[in-house]
Design a protein around this ligand. Structure first.
Ligand SMILES: CC(C)(COP(=O)(O)OP(=O)(O)OC[C@H]1O[C@@H](n2cnc3c(N)ncnc32)[C@H](O)[C@@H]1OP(=O)(O)O)[C@@H](O)C(=O)NCCC(=O)NCCS
Length: 174
């Protein structure tokens, strides 16, 4: 695996409302993580959660990059995960989920900034994602990082759940 599991303190370009950043790190996802991730995903997303097979397929697809945010010194080391894929020069955030007891502390931004930076370093011209219109916390996180709404997707998740498609354009004038 490429050595991209940097310490997150490299990405402190935006404010983070949590202390002791050096206790967290981002690393590549491994097969051993899938059981925990599947549980976190089920606890968060219920019926629409990803199965272990979904995570396994992402892990083994070369277009995908799957990241784990962890506190290696904790007895619950996996705090969350972010999965992105890139087709041509467009990167897409497919899943960004924190453990339910880790939400609301600024940790999502650590993963998001890592994914943005990774896409940028891989010559992406933009990064896109979809978010439920009722998911205020996630929407704010994306908007705070420069994502803008480009499309309203009616009934994207279900008969009653619409989505925004958002994108962050990179400045590619080198
Ligand atoms: C969405 C998610 C990744 C956000 O990460 P996070 O670390 O919890 O987010 P933050 O604590 O940085 O909060 C983001 C913003 O929402 C605000 N916020 C926090 N809790 C909130 C709440 N309950 N309601 C409204 N806004 C809230 C924060 O103040 C912050 O805005 P600010 O920086 O302008 O003050 C995380 O909460 C999560 O995994 N949620 C469950 C899965 C999910 O919804 N994933 C996104 C799918 S698109």
């Amino acid at each position: 695996m490429p050595p991209y599991g940097d310490n997150i303190t490299d990405y402190q370009t935006l404010s983070i409302n949590t202390n002791n950043l050096d206790r967290y790190q981002i690393r590549w996802m491994a097969e051993d993580d899938i059981e925990t991730m599947t549980k976190i995903d089920r606890d968060t997303w219920g019926d629409t959660s990803w199965s272990s097979k979904d995570f396994f397929k992402s892990l083994n697809n070369l277009s995908w990059n799957c990241w784990i945010l962890e506190n290696p010194n904790s007895n619950q080391p996996i705090l969350g995960y972010g999965l992105q894929y890139q087709l041509d020069n467009i990167s897409h955030v497919a899943n960004l989920t924190l453990h339910p007891n880790q939400c609301g502390r600024g940790l999502g931004g650590i993963l998001l900034r890592h994914m943005i930076e990774y896409a940028r370093q891989n010559d992406a011209t933009k990064i896109t994602l979809e978010v439920n219109t009722s998911n205020t916390r996630a929407f704010k996180l994306y908007a705070n990082h420069g994502f803008e709404i480009i499309e309203y997707l009616e009934r994207y998740y279900s008969d009653t759940a619409d989505a925004y498609r958002m994108e962050l354009l990179f400045d590619v004038t080198y």
